[in-house]
Design a protein around this ligand. Structure first.
Ligand code: GUN
Length: 295
């Protein structure tokens, strides 16, 4: 049994960002159209601040117009809805992303519903979720879109393969299942309440883990040669006890990577697998939304 091929999401995402930058240069030159992305951050969540900074930097690197609105944690829902409305009507903005999680006093669903579906580059609006479900052109959530690209690059045609998606969130699990169905996979959606999850996973040619539980998927849950896409990003104490006692942490996925490598045909690492694809796909969705805005 040979060791799994490591799927280099970091390199794939860098290549994709290069292609997006070419696409942006092209629409700027041909149509005097500068794709614009507005990111809205409410409050001071440290992880969100890092994500939002990275999004702004990569948007500018791709040659797009980037605006970041940083609002205080006590911003009212009405004030946030007014900003979304203003961005909906701003012709220089083609994509709007409201960073989640929002503070507890704000109804996230109401805010996401207020975003113009044509500018919903997260693909979280029910209109985009519905369009994806019925096979109409849609803005597709960035993380599952990135997973699909890595899968197609690794496997080629996915037709007829059995895909098991572990996780049923609106952001990853459900849209991932829709994309795999469209790619002619036979799809099983499993989750924390699935009876005999290990046995279900063992039937997968393609296993997508998106449950948010560190290293839950064990090596012997993986069929030999299966392609494993690990969406999890979990912070756990450092391996070295002294470092852990000092508060040091490390990132792990939802899959026990070292074990899984012995069974899988190919696998994404954490970090450096799915993570970098998410922002690259956000840029891609912004370019798509800008091009569609021309009618
Ligand atoms: N918070 C963590 N990931 C995401 C994402 O993909 N989109 C938004 N809007 N918020 C997030």
């Amino acid at each position: 049994m040979s060791e799994a091929r490591i799927i280099d999401g970091k390199a794939f995402a860098a290549d994709l960002r290069g292609k997006i930058a070419e696409g942006v240069a092209d629409v700027r030159a041909r149509h005097a159209l500068v794709p614009g992305l507005a990111v809205v951050l409410v409050g001071e969540d440290p992880a969100s601040q890092v994500y939002v900074r990275n999004k702004g930097e990569q948007t500018r690197e791709a040659g797009m117009h980037s605006v970041t609105h940083r609002l205080p944690a006590d911003t009212t829902q009405d004030a946030l809805l007014r900003l979304v409305d203003q961005l909906n009507h701003d012709p220089s903005i083609h994509g709007i992303l409201v960073q989640l999680p929002l503070p507890a006093h704000i109804d996230s669903a109401a805010v996401l519903a207020a975003i113009d579906p044509a500018k919903d580059v997260d693909g979280f609006h029910v209109v985009n979720a519905g369009r994806l479900a019925v096979g109409l052109p849609a803005l597709v959530p960035c993380t599952p879109l990135g997973c699909l690209m890595l899968l197609k690059d690794t496997v080629g045609s996915l037709r007829g393969l059995h895909a098991v998606v572990v996780g049923r969130s609106n952001i990853v699990g459900k849209p991932m299942a829709q994309l795999l169905l469209q790619a002619d996979c036979t799809v099983t959606v499993a989750h924390s309440r699935t009876v005999d999850l290990a046995e279900t996973c063992r039937r997968a040619d393609i296993l997508v883990a998106a449950v948010g539980r560190p290293e839950m998927v064990r090596g012997d849950w993986i069929k030999e040669g299966a392609v494993v896409i690990d969406v999890g990003i979990n912070r756990v104490p450092a391996r070295d006890p002294a470092a852990a006692a000092a508060g040091k942490t490390r990132l792990v996925g939802d899959v026990a990577f070292e074990e899984a490598k012995a069974f899988a045909g190919a696998i994404t690492p954490v970090p450096g697998g799915v993570g970098p694809m998410t922002i690259a796909c956000l840029l891609l969705n912004t370019l798509t939304a800008a091009c569609r805005s021309r009618g």
